[in-house]
Write a new protein. Structure first.
Length: 408
């Protein structure tokens, strides 16, 4: 088996384990806070929101730093740093005795995190360019599968072993996944240690002056912002529609899961199509498809209609992030791929943070049906923005070539 394929399959399984382990604990933070002695429902929700968001905030701030460091010392070591770091922090989280300790540990977890973006960077730089779309799509499938299974497994285990024990189990799973990467993943394309290196700010400025990358970072932010904005409101929408048999929690979970299942199914195929026809086309049409599918969300009258639309949405979503990551690799300056992925990760984390907050506010103003229409408009405008950005880059490149030819 080729080294890049072996790396891909191992990292895909590792992402499944890490995302599964991490998502086992996130849905139960409010219940864990109750176990820590917090009784007031309003305070519990406030602290749960802070504890959930603080992880994204710290990860948003440090992602470019870890990305720049990966270009200097290697991508595999960044995967290991993150994996072992998170396993220690999650272990300590299971020992927390107050909400403040939990908040600080989630802040620290975001600071040391980066297993997923480091795996993406390692895969992208150690996979043949003509196979990168397929590889990144398959990698996303592993992560999505883990995020689907995690809450279900976590719910079962919470009833059997309790919340604290879930943190200990999560820590062990992340540790095992990291050890597997340590032993079996081989980084063949490594940074040249003799290559001259600039400082963090100089390298960051250089990357941010690449106009195609800035367009792609803004698209990544928009994608996460738009996709996550309606998510916290879905359970309320399912309740409003009237869940069959009154099983609101079950169907609310199913609405999320069915999107993830379709995403997992579509990612490798759309990644392969991107390798054949161009990732920019797949990203463009996937954004249009997702935007169009959001429109009938606003007019559904039953849960089964919503489930069907969420499945179709998942098929479109499967082409978004793998294509985006493939394009980032294409436009990243040689030797600065991980720095570019670091800024891309920051942009998506910012979308992760601001999307649900803004979505919650807008739902209070225009209702969730209005939010679906707004999300559709954002995705359709985003596809237009992507087209403009990449077309501008092509025209600029052609002008440079023509000037070079005429001067020669």
């Amino acid at each position: 088996m080729n080294t890049w394929k072996r790396n891909l399959y191992i990292l895909m399984v590792a992402q499944f384990l890490v995302m599964g382990a991490m998502s086992m604990i996130i849905p139960f933070l409010p219940l864990y806070l109750r176990e820590l002695g917090m009784k007031d429902p309003g305070q519990t929700q406030l602290w749960a929101g802070l504890i959930f968001g603080i992880n994204f905030l710290s990860a948003f701030l440090v992602a470019p730093i870890w990305g720049s460091l990966a270009d200097k010392v290697g991508r595999k070591i960044m995967v290991l740093r993150s994996g072992f770091g998170m396993s220690i922090v999650i272990l300590l989280t299971g020992l927390a005795t107050s909400p403040l300790q939990l908040l600080l540990l989630r802040l620290l977890n975001g600071t040391v995190s980066g297993f997923i973006p480091a795996s993406i960077s390692l895969t992208a730089t150690n996979t043949p360019k003509e196979k990168s779309g397929y590889a990144l799509g398959l990698l996303q499938s592993g992560g999505v599968a883990g995020s689907i299974m995690g809450p279900f497994i976590g719910g079962v285990l919470a009833e059997i072993i309790g919340f604290r024990s879930i943190f200990f189990l999560t820590s062990m799973v992340v540790f095992i996944a990291t050890v597997v990467v340590l032993l079996f993943v081989k980084e063949e394309v490594k940074p040249d240690p003799s290559a001259p290196r600039q400082g963090f700010f100089s390298e960051g400025s250089f990357v941010l002056h690449q106009k195609p990358l800035v367009f792609l970072f803004s698209v990544g932010f928009l994608l996460q912002f738009a996709m996550l904005a309606p998510m916290p409101q879905m359970s309320l929408f399912v309740s409003e529609l009237g869940a069959p048999g009154g099983y609101i929690a079950f169907f609310a979970g199913l609405v999320t899961a069915v999107t993830g299942i379709a995403n997992m199914m579509a990612s490798p195929f759309l990644g392969r199509f991107g390798d054949r026809y161009g990732p920019e086309r797949i990203l463009f049409y996937s954004m249009i498809g997702a935007g169009v599918v959001f429109i009938p969300h606003a007019f559904v009258t039953g849960v089964w209609q919503l489930l069907g639309l969420r499945f179709i949405l998942g098929l479109c979503v499967g082409g978004l992030l793998p294509s985006l990551n493939t394009l980032i690799r294409r436009y990243a300056p040689a030797g600065k791929e991980s720095t570019a992925y670091g800024y891309s990760t920051s942009a998506t984390f910012l979308g992760n943070m601001l999307g649900p907050i803004t979505g919650g506010f807008m739902t209070g103003v225009i209702g969730i049906r209005g939010l679906f229409i707004l999300t559709a408009v954002m995705l359709l405008l985003g596809s237009w923005w992507l087209k403009i950005g990449l077309n501008h880059n092509r025209q600029t490149s052609k002008q440079r070539v023509s000037r070079h030819v005429s001067s020669a």
